[in-house]
Design a protein around this ligand. Structure first.
Ligand code: SF4
Length: 379
Protein backbone atom coordinates (compact mmCIF):
# COMPACT_ATOMS: atom_id res chain seq x y z
CA UNK A 1 0.00 0.00 0.00
CA UNK A 2 1.45 3.35 -0.99
CA UNK A 3 2.06 5.70 1.92
CA UNK A 4 0.81 9.18 1.00
CA UNK A 5 3.66 10.67 3.02
CA UNK A 6 6.10 9.10 0.55
CA UNK A 7 8.60 11.42 -1.08
CA UNK A 8 10.70 11.66 -4.20
CA UNK A 9 14.38 12.27 -3.43
CA UNK A 10 16.37 14.67 -5.64
CA UNK A 11 20.17 14.95 -5.42
CA UNK A 12 21.83 17.85 -7.20
CA UNK A 13 25.37 17.02 -8.34
CA UNK A 14 26.86 20.35 -9.41
CA UNK A 15 30.05 19.31 -11.25
CA UNK A 16 30.55 20.02 -14.97
CA UNK A 17 33.59 20.08 -17.26
CA UNK A 18 32.68 23.44 -18.77
CA UNK A 19 29.59 25.61 -18.88
CA UNK A 20 27.50 24.90 -22.00
CA UNK A 21 26.55 28.02 -23.91
CA UNK A 22 22.84 27.80 -23.02
CA UNK A 23 23.17 26.82 -19.35
CA UNK A 24 22.23 28.79 -16.24
CA UNK A 25 22.03 25.93 -13.71
CA UNK A 26 23.80 25.91 -10.34
CA UNK A 27 27.07 24.25 -11.37
CA UNK A 28 30.80 24.42 -10.75
CA UNK A 29 33.55 23.76 -13.30
CA UNK A 30 37.15 22.70 -12.69
CA UNK A 31 36.27 21.48 -9.18
CA UNK A 32 36.09 17.72 -9.70
CA UNK A 33 38.57 17.16 -6.89
CA UNK A 34 35.86 18.28 -4.47
CA UNK A 35 33.56 15.34 -5.35
CA UNK A 36 34.47 13.22 -2.27
CA UNK A 37 33.92 16.20 0.08
CA UNK A 38 30.64 16.86 -1.71
CA UNK A 39 29.60 13.23 -1.04
CA UNK A 40 30.41 13.77 2.66
CA UNK A 41 28.19 16.86 2.72
CA UNK A 42 25.34 15.01 0.99
CA UNK A 43 25.56 12.15 3.48
CA UNK A 44 25.50 14.65 6.36
CA UNK A 45 22.50 16.45 4.87
CA UNK A 46 20.57 13.20 4.32
CA UNK A 47 21.27 12.18 7.93
CA UNK A 48 20.09 15.57 9.20
CA UNK A 49 16.88 15.22 7.19
CA UNK A 50 16.11 11.80 8.70
CA UNK A 51 16.85 13.13 12.20
CA UNK A 52 14.40 15.97 11.64
CA UNK A 53 11.58 14.23 9.73
CA UNK A 54 12.09 10.56 10.64
CA UNK A 55 12.71 7.82 8.08
CA UNK A 56 10.07 8.59 5.47
CA UNK A 57 9.08 6.30 2.60
CA UNK A 58 10.43 7.26 -0.83
CA UNK A 59 9.62 5.81 -4.23
CA UNK A 60 11.97 7.72 -6.53
CA UNK A 61 15.57 8.92 -6.40
CA UNK A 62 16.85 11.32 -9.05
CA UNK A 63 20.46 12.40 -9.60
CA UNK A 64 20.37 15.67 -11.56
CA UNK A 65 22.79 18.47 -12.06
CA UNK A 66 25.21 19.53 -13.14
CA UNK A 67 26.54 16.27 -14.47
CA UNK A 68 26.03 13.36 -12.07
CA UNK A 69 27.84 11.02 -14.49
CA UNK A 70 30.99 13.10 -14.04
CA UNK A 71 31.67 12.19 -10.41
CA UNK A 72 33.37 8.88 -9.63
CA UNK A 73 30.72 6.09 -9.45
CA UNK A 74 31.68 5.56 -5.77
CA UNK A 75 30.10 8.94 -5.03
CA UNK A 76 26.82 7.75 -6.57
CA UNK A 77 27.10 4.47 -4.69
CA UNK A 78 27.67 6.30 -1.39
CA UNK A 79 24.79 8.66 -2.03
CA UNK A 80 22.37 5.81 -2.85
CA UNK A 81 23.46 3.98 0.32
CA UNK A 82 22.89 7.17 2.35
CA UNK A 83 19.43 7.61 0.75
CA UNK A 84 18.60 4.03 1.75
CA UNK A 85 19.64 4.88 5.34
CA UNK A 86 17.68 8.11 5.49
CA UNK A 87 14.55 6.88 3.66
CA UNK A 88 12.60 3.66 3.37
CA UNK A 89 13.08 3.24 -0.37
CA UNK A 90 10.31 1.23 -2.02
CA UNK A 91 11.34 -2.08 -3.60
CA UNK A 92 11.50 -1.39 -7.31
CA UNK A 93 11.81 2.34 -6.66
CA UNK A 94 12.99 4.38 -9.62
CA UNK A 95 16.63 5.50 -9.38
CA UNK A 96 17.48 7.89 -12.25
CA UNK A 97 20.78 9.41 -13.21
CA UNK A 98 21.43 12.18 -15.71
CA UNK A 99 24.55 11.68 -17.79
CA UNK A 100 26.65 13.29 -20.47
CA UNK A 101 27.53 10.99 -23.40
CA UNK A 102 31.29 11.15 -22.88
CA UNK A 103 30.95 9.65 -19.37
CA UNK A 104 28.88 6.62 -20.40
CA UNK A 105 30.91 3.46 -21.03
CA UNK A 106 30.86 -0.21 -20.03
CA UNK A 107 32.61 0.45 -16.68
CA UNK A 108 30.53 3.43 -15.59
CA UNK A 109 27.27 1.74 -16.59
CA UNK A 110 28.20 -1.41 -14.63
CA UNK A 111 29.07 0.68 -11.55
CA UNK A 112 25.81 2.67 -11.73
CA UNK A 113 23.79 -0.52 -12.15
CA UNK A 114 25.57 -2.00 -9.11
CA UNK A 115 24.62 1.14 -7.15
CA UNK A 116 20.97 0.53 -8.07
CA UNK A 117 20.49 2.97 -10.96
CA UNK A 118 17.67 1.65 -13.13
CA UNK A 119 16.98 4.67 -15.30
CA UNK A 120 19.59 6.63 -17.25
CA UNK A 121 19.08 9.76 -19.30
CA UNK A 122 21.78 10.85 -21.72
CA UNK A 123 22.13 14.54 -22.56
CA UNK A 124 22.70 14.09 -26.28
CA UNK A 125 21.19 17.54 -27.07
CA UNK A 126 22.03 17.33 -30.78
CA UNK A 127 22.82 14.57 -33.23
CA UNK A 128 24.70 16.92 -35.54
CA UNK A 129 28.17 18.42 -35.19
CA UNK A 130 26.75 21.88 -36.03
CA UNK A 131 24.20 21.58 -33.23
CA UNK A 132 26.80 20.55 -30.65
CA UNK A 133 29.00 23.47 -31.71
CA UNK A 134 26.11 25.97 -31.61
CA UNK A 135 25.15 24.79 -28.12
CA UNK A 136 28.75 24.87 -26.89
CA UNK A 137 28.60 21.20 -25.96
CA UNK A 138 31.72 19.11 -25.47
CA UNK A 139 31.92 15.69 -27.15
CA UNK A 140 30.76 14.45 -30.53
CA UNK A 141 27.85 12.66 -32.18
CA UNK A 142 29.94 9.48 -32.10
CA UNK A 143 30.23 9.82 -28.30
CA UNK A 144 26.43 9.85 -28.11
CA UNK A 145 26.06 6.76 -30.30
CA UNK A 146 28.68 4.94 -28.22
CA UNK A 147 26.97 6.00 -24.98
CA UNK A 148 23.57 4.67 -26.07
CA UNK A 149 25.14 1.36 -27.11
CA UNK A 150 27.02 1.07 -23.78
CA UNK A 151 23.83 1.80 -21.79
CA UNK A 152 21.91 -0.84 -23.71
CA UNK A 153 24.65 -3.45 -23.54
CA UNK A 154 25.07 -2.71 -19.83
CA UNK A 155 21.41 -3.55 -19.19
CA UNK A 156 19.98 -0.14 -18.26
CA UNK A 157 16.26 -0.98 -18.00
CA UNK A 158 14.94 2.45 -18.91
CA UNK A 159 16.93 4.72 -21.20
CA UNK A 160 16.12 8.33 -22.01
CA UNK A 161 17.74 10.87 -24.29
CA UNK A 162 17.49 14.67 -24.20
CA UNK A 163 17.48 16.89 -27.28
CA UNK A 164 17.40 20.66 -27.78
CA UNK A 165 15.73 22.28 -30.77
CA UNK A 166 15.67 25.80 -32.16
CA UNK A 167 19.41 26.47 -31.91
CA UNK A 168 20.79 29.16 -34.22
CA UNK A 169 21.19 27.76 -37.73
CA UNK A 170 18.92 24.74 -37.27
CA UNK A 171 16.12 24.30 -39.82
CA UNK A 172 13.04 22.09 -39.93
CA UNK A 173 14.44 19.40 -42.28
CA UNK A 174 17.58 19.22 -40.15
CA UNK A 175 15.52 18.75 -37.00
CA UNK A 176 13.36 16.10 -38.71
CA UNK A 177 16.57 14.23 -39.59
CA UNK A 178 17.79 14.44 -36.00
CA UNK A 179 14.47 13.10 -34.74
CA UNK A 180 14.70 10.17 -37.16
CA UNK A 181 18.16 9.35 -35.91
CA UNK A 182 17.10 9.74 -32.29
CA UNK A 183 14.15 7.39 -32.78
CA UNK A 184 16.48 4.95 -34.53
CA UNK A 185 18.48 4.71 -31.28
CA UNK A 186 15.46 3.02 -29.68
CA UNK A 187 15.09 5.18 -26.53
CA UNK A 188 12.37 4.47 -23.97
CA UNK A 189 12.04 8.16 -23.17
CA UNK A 190 12.78 11.37 -25.07
CA UNK A 191 12.87 14.90 -23.64
CA UNK A 192 12.89 17.81 -26.07
CA UNK A 193 13.53 21.38 -25.03
CA UNK A 194 13.27 24.54 -27.08
CA UNK A 195 16.43 26.58 -26.75
CA UNK A 196 15.84 28.84 -23.78
CA UNK A 197 16.53 32.50 -24.51
CA UNK A 198 15.26 34.26 -21.42
CA UNK A 199 18.30 33.75 -19.16
CA UNK A 200 21.57 35.67 -19.66
CA UNK A 201 23.55 32.65 -20.87
CA UNK A 202 26.67 33.00 -23.06
CA UNK A 203 24.60 31.92 -26.07
CA UNK A 204 21.92 34.54 -25.44
CA UNK A 205 24.59 37.23 -25.08
CA UNK A 206 26.08 36.16 -28.43
CA UNK A 207 22.61 36.45 -30.01
CA UNK A 208 22.18 39.91 -28.46
CA UNK A 209 25.54 41.02 -29.87
CA UNK A 210 24.33 39.91 -33.32
CA UNK A 211 26.95 37.16 -33.61
CA UNK A 212 24.27 34.47 -33.95
CA UNK A 213 20.81 34.63 -35.56
CA UNK A 214 17.90 35.11 -33.19
CA UNK A 215 15.77 31.93 -32.92
CA UNK A 216 12.42 32.25 -34.69
CA UNK A 217 9.48 31.32 -32.37
CA UNK A 218 7.26 30.29 -35.32
CA UNK A 219 9.91 27.90 -36.56
CA UNK A 220 10.35 26.52 -33.03
CA UNK A 221 6.60 25.84 -32.88
CA UNK A 222 6.79 23.97 -36.20
CA UNK A 223 9.71 21.96 -34.85
CA UNK A 224 7.78 21.11 -31.71
CA UNK A 225 4.76 19.92 -33.72
CA UNK A 226 7.01 17.81 -35.96
CA UNK A 227 8.51 16.17 -32.88
CA UNK A 228 5.12 15.43 -31.28
CA UNK A 229 4.01 13.73 -34.48
CA UNK A 230 7.21 11.77 -35.16
CA UNK A 231 7.62 10.57 -31.57
CA UNK A 232 3.96 9.49 -31.25
CA UNK A 233 4.25 7.57 -34.53
CA UNK A 234 7.32 5.82 -33.07
CA UNK A 235 5.41 4.67 -29.97
CA UNK A 236 6.59 7.52 -27.73
CA UNK A 237 3.49 9.61 -27.02
CA UNK A 238 3.72 12.92 -25.20
CA UNK A 239 2.89 12.67 -21.48
CA UNK A 240 4.22 16.10 -20.54
CA UNK A 241 4.85 19.14 -22.67
CA UNK A 242 8.55 18.30 -23.15
CA UNK A 243 8.52 14.58 -22.39
CA UNK A 244 7.63 11.52 -24.44
CA UNK A 245 7.82 7.88 -23.38
CA UNK A 246 6.96 4.34 -24.22
CA UNK A 247 4.13 3.35 -21.87
CA UNK A 248 5.58 2.49 -18.46
CA UNK A 249 8.77 4.52 -19.01
CA UNK A 250 7.47 7.93 -17.90
CA UNK A 251 9.71 9.62 -15.31
CA UNK A 252 7.97 8.80 -12.05
CA UNK A 253 10.16 11.30 -10.22
CA UNK A 254 9.33 14.22 -12.50
CA UNK A 255 5.63 13.31 -12.47
CA UNK A 256 5.76 14.15 -8.75
CA UNK A 257 6.56 17.78 -9.56
CA UNK A 258 3.81 18.03 -12.16
CA UNK A 259 1.27 16.37 -9.86
CA UNK A 260 2.07 18.62 -6.88
CA UNK A 261 3.36 15.67 -4.85
CA UNK A 262 6.06 16.11 -2.19
CA UNK A 263 9.81 15.75 -2.69
CA UNK A 264 13.01 16.28 -0.74
CA UNK A 265 16.03 17.86 -2.44
CA UNK A 266 19.67 17.58 -1.44
CA UNK A 267 22.76 19.37 -2.71
CA UNK A 268 23.26 23.00 -3.79
CA UNK A 269 20.15 24.78 -5.10
CA UNK A 270 17.95 21.72 -4.50
CA UNK A 271 14.34 22.47 -3.60
CA UNK A 272 12.13 20.55 -1.16
CA UNK A 273 8.39 20.34 -0.60
CA UNK A 274 7.67 18.35 2.54
CA UNK A 275 4.51 18.41 4.67
CA UNK A 276 3.28 21.45 2.76
CA UNK A 277 6.45 23.50 3.39
CA UNK A 278 8.85 24.48 0.60
CA UNK A 279 12.46 25.56 0.87
CA UNK A 280 15.55 25.79 -1.31
CA UNK A 281 19.16 25.04 -0.42
CA UNK A 282 21.92 27.62 -0.90
CA UNK A 283 22.86 27.85 -4.58
CA UNK A 284 26.59 28.50 -4.20
CA UNK A 285 28.55 25.30 -3.74
CA UNK A 286 30.69 26.58 -0.87
CA UNK A 287 27.65 28.07 0.93
CA UNK A 288 25.87 24.75 0.57
CA UNK A 289 28.82 22.78 1.94
CA UNK A 290 29.16 25.09 4.94
CA UNK A 291 25.42 24.87 5.62
CA UNK A 292 25.36 21.07 5.26
CA UNK A 293 28.06 20.77 7.91
CA UNK A 294 26.33 23.25 10.17
CA UNK A 295 23.23 21.04 10.29
CA UNK A 296 20.12 21.43 8.21
CA UNK A 297 21.19 23.45 5.17
CA UNK A 298 17.96 24.98 3.97
CA UNK A 299 17.58 28.72 3.76
CA UNK A 300 14.33 30.13 5.18
CA UNK A 301 11.19 28.17 4.34
CA UNK A 302 8.91 29.99 1.90
CA UNK A 303 6.02 31.76 3.59
CA UNK A 304 2.63 30.06 3.06
CA UNK A 305 1.03 31.67 0.02
CA UNK A 306 -1.94 29.55 -1.11
CA UNK A 307 -2.70 31.77 -4.11
CA UNK A 308 0.80 31.41 -5.54
CA UNK A 309 0.92 27.69 -4.76
CA UNK A 310 -2.45 27.07 -6.43
CA UNK A 311 -1.29 28.88 -9.58
CA UNK A 312 1.92 26.90 -9.76
CA UNK A 313 0.19 23.57 -9.12
CA UNK A 314 -2.38 24.40 -11.81
CA UNK A 315 0.24 25.29 -14.39
CA UNK A 316 2.43 22.29 -13.54
CA UNK A 317 -0.55 19.95 -13.85
CA UNK A 318 -1.55 21.47 -17.19
CA UNK A 319 1.89 20.62 -18.54
CA UNK A 320 0.85 16.96 -18.51
CA UNK A 321 -1.24 15.22 -21.13
CA UNK A 322 -3.61 14.03 -18.36
CA UNK A 323 -4.16 17.63 -17.22
CA UNK A 324 -5.07 18.63 -13.70
CA UNK A 325 -7.95 17.86 -11.35
CA UNK A 326 -9.08 21.13 -9.77
CA UNK A 327 -10.96 19.47 -6.88
CA UNK A 328 -7.89 18.39 -4.84
CA UNK A 329 -6.21 21.74 -5.57
CA UNK A 330 -9.24 23.56 -4.16
CA UNK A 331 -9.13 21.33 -1.09
CA UNK A 332 -5.40 21.98 -0.62
CA UNK A 333 -5.19 25.70 -1.38
CA UNK A 334 -8.77 26.95 -0.89
CA UNK A 335 -11.64 27.65 -3.29
CA UNK A 336 -10.71 31.32 -3.47
CA UNK A 337 -7.29 30.62 -4.99
CA UNK A 338 -8.91 28.77 -7.89
CA UNK A 339 -11.93 31.04 -8.23
CA UNK A 340 -9.57 33.87 -9.21
CA UNK A 341 -8.38 31.77 -12.15
CA UNK A 342 -11.77 30.61 -13.40
CA UNK A 343 -12.11 33.42 -15.94
CA UNK A 344 -8.72 32.63 -17.51
CA UNK A 345 -9.57 28.93 -17.63
CA UNK A 346 -12.93 29.68 -19.24
CA UNK A 347 -11.25 31.86 -21.87
CA UNK A 348 -8.82 29.02 -22.60
CA UNK A 349 -11.69 26.55 -23.03
CA UNK A 350 -13.67 28.98 -25.23
CA UNK A 351 -10.67 29.57 -27.48
CA UNK A 352 -10.02 25.86 -27.90
CA UNK A 353 -6.79 25.87 -25.90
CA UNK A 354 -8.12 23.68 -23.07
CA UNK A 355 -10.87 21.15 -22.46
CA UNK A 356 -12.87 20.65 -19.32
CA UNK A 357 -14.35 17.39 -18.12
CA UNK A 358 -15.94 17.80 -14.69
CA UNK A 359 -13.21 19.12 -12.41
CA UNK A 360 -10.40 18.02 -14.76
CA UNK A 361 -8.85 20.48 -17.21
CA UNK A 362 -6.33 19.59 -19.88
CA UNK A 363 -4.69 21.43 -22.73
CA UNK A 364 -5.59 20.70 -26.34
CA UNK A 365 -2.95 20.24 -29.05
CA UNK A 366 -3.15 23.98 -29.82
CA UNK A 367 -2.99 24.76 -26.10
CA UNK A 368 0.31 22.90 -25.81
CA UNK A 369 1.72 25.02 -28.63
CA UNK A 370 1.12 28.31 -26.81
CA UNK A 371 1.19 26.95 -23.28
CA UNK A 372 3.67 29.55 -22.02
CA UNK A 373 1.33 32.42 -22.91
CA UNK A 374 -1.57 30.67 -21.25
CA UNK A 375 0.44 29.92 -18.12
CA UNK A 376 1.26 33.61 -17.65
CA UNK A 377 -2.50 34.23 -17.25
CA UNK A 378 -2.89 31.43 -14.74
CA UNK A 379 0.06 32.04 -12.43
S1 SF4 B 1 26.35 19.70 -18.81
FE1 SF4 B 1 24.27 20.38 -18.28
S2 SF4 B 1 24.47 21.36 -16.26
FE2 SF4 B 1 26.55 21.15 -17.10
S3 SF4 B 1 26.96 23.11 -18.10
FE3 SF4 B 1 26.14 21.73 -19.68
S4 SF4 B 1 23.91 22.11 -19.65
FE4 SF4 B 1 24.75 22.99 -17.75
Amino acid sequence: MRDDRSLGVYLHVPFCGQRCAYCDFAIVTGQDRRAPAFADALVAELGAFAARFGVRPADTVYFGGGTPSRVPPEVIERAVAAVREAFALWPGGEISLESNPEDVNAESVAAWRAAGVNRLTIGIQSLTGEGLAALGRPGSVEDSLRAVAAARTGGIPSLGIDLIFGWPGQDLPGWAGELDRAIGLGPDHVSIYALETTSRTPLVRAIERGELPRPDPDRAAEMYEAAVEALAAAGLPRYEISNFARPGHESRHNLRYWRDLPYAGFGPSAASYVDGTRWTNPRRFSDYEAAAWAGFPAVEAEPWDPDRRAGEALVFGLRTEAGVDLAPLAARYGEAALAGREAALERAVRSGLAQRDGSRVRLTGTGFLIADELFVDLL
